[in-house]
Design a protein around this ligand. Structure first.
Ligand SMILES: Cc1cc2nc3c(=O)[nH]c(=O)nc-3n(C[C@H](O)[C@H](O)[C@H](O)COP(=O)(O)O)c2cc1C
Length: 347
């Protein structure tokens, strides 16, 4: 139904307008018990073998929503009805910020891809906390945290700490995002020394709590093998719980559009099908090189059940969707889960 009726309308609209129209429709259709009942009936797919125990949490199924779609935690209740096993909200920053100038979201339809330079547009972590406190679903919620654009990298630690404290009681796990290409110099925080310092600091706060929360790090697909080796070391040193691999890429291939067309779009992170191969390589590298030392959430270019299974076979313990969800629609979640059972894939 999505691909037949809704997608043709959405894809005629400006991408950002379509994004917020989707939110309105989700609220309209699933903001009432009858809508939720029928949605669960058609979209839901439960199976005991889809359950996954990880980080001390029980995931109903391994298919999650990646960060960035519900940044402000506005529609996670409705999204949960679609059958996701977990939903990552954010990236949230301490203060509200409007993000980069529009247009900042571009579809590359022929390649099933998106380029975005949103720049952490969000209403600030405190606004999200209020919504999360009114949570009406049991779905696992991840809190993806970042820093404000105006915060210098030297002070970034304070921004992450603020978000960590604010979200602690309302999320099930945390993701530290230092890998967005759309906040100037943010990726410098991926260097070994500042990253170790940041994660050690958050872990110290985490360990001082009565019950700590799983803490993960989201990395870019553009890291070299030697930088990935550093990441493996950092996980061991800081004892964080895992890695989310990967964020969007600053690379611009493989794309079928002309160089001029792509250059005219400008800066931003590329996601969707062209990212699939590289993100799978990163997952496989981390898992093999570390000797399966830590869990990895695999994300990047999953547009079909086969793509998802490829990620799991490369070592992903859970997977996440973003661009594939936009192109293929919510039925992708059920398709992946059914195929995992059909092919008897071990999670
Ligand atoms: C429009 C858009 C906004 C995004 N915003 C965020 C974000 O705020 N934080 C984050 O960690 N990742 C963000 N991402 C990255 C996704 O979570 C995901 O890692 C990436 O898109 C690769 O997955 P995909 O190919 O399935 O889209 C964003 C992606 C898109 C397309």
């Amino acid at each position: 139904m999505y691909k037949l009726f809704l997608k043709p309308i959405f894809f005629k609209l400006d991408p950002e307008k379509a994004h917020y129209l989707t939110f309105d429709l989700l609220k309209l259709a699933l903001g009432n018990p009858i809508g939720r009942f029928f949605c669960k009936m058609f979209m839901g797919f439960k199976h005991p073998q889809l359950k996954k125990q990880l980080f001390g949490l029980t995931f109903e199924n391994p298919v999650g929503l990646a960060a960035g779609l519900d940044k402000d935690a506005k529609v996670f209740n409705e999204l949960a009805t679609l059958g996701f096993g977990f939903i990552e909200i954010g990236t949230l920053t301490p203060k509200p910020q409007s993000g980069n100038e529009k247009p900042r979201l571009f579809r590359l339809i022929n390649d099933s891809a998106i380029i975005n330079r949103m720049g952490f547009n969000n209403e600030g972590v405190d606004a999200a906390v209020i919504r999360l406190k009114a949570k009406k679903t049991n779905v696992i919620i991840g809190g993806n945290i970042g820093k404000n654009k105006i915060t210098a990298n030297e002070d970034a630690i304070k921004d992450y700490e603020y978000c960590f404290h604010a979200l602690f009681d309302v999320v099930d796990y945390f993701v530290v995002n230092v890998s967005s290409p759309n906040t100037p110099n943010l990726r410098d925080l991926q260097d070994k020394e500042p990253l170790t310092h940041l994660l050690n600091h958050l872990q110290a706060i985490n360990n001082s709590k009565l019950k700590r929360k799983p803490l993960l790090l989201k990395i870019a697909p553009d890291l070299t093998n030697s930088q990935l080796d550093d990441i493996i070391d950092i996980v061991a040193i800081t004892k964080i719980d895992g890695i989310v691999a990967t964020n969007t890429t600053i690379a611009r291939q493989p794309l079928s559009y002309s160089k001029e067309y792509i250059e005219a779009i400008g800066m931003g992170g590329l996601s969707g099908k062209p990212l699939a191969k590289r993100s799978t390589e990163v997952i496989a590298y981390l898992k093999t090189k570390s000797n399966n030392a830590f869990p990895v959430i695999g994300v990047g270019g999953i547009h079909s059940a086969e793509d998802a299974i490829e990620k799991i076979k490369a070592g992903a313990d859970l997977i996440q969707l973003y661009t594939g969800f936009i192109y293929e629609g919510p039925s992708l979640i059920k398709k992946i889960n059914k195929e995992i059972i059909h092919q008897r894939i071990t999670l």
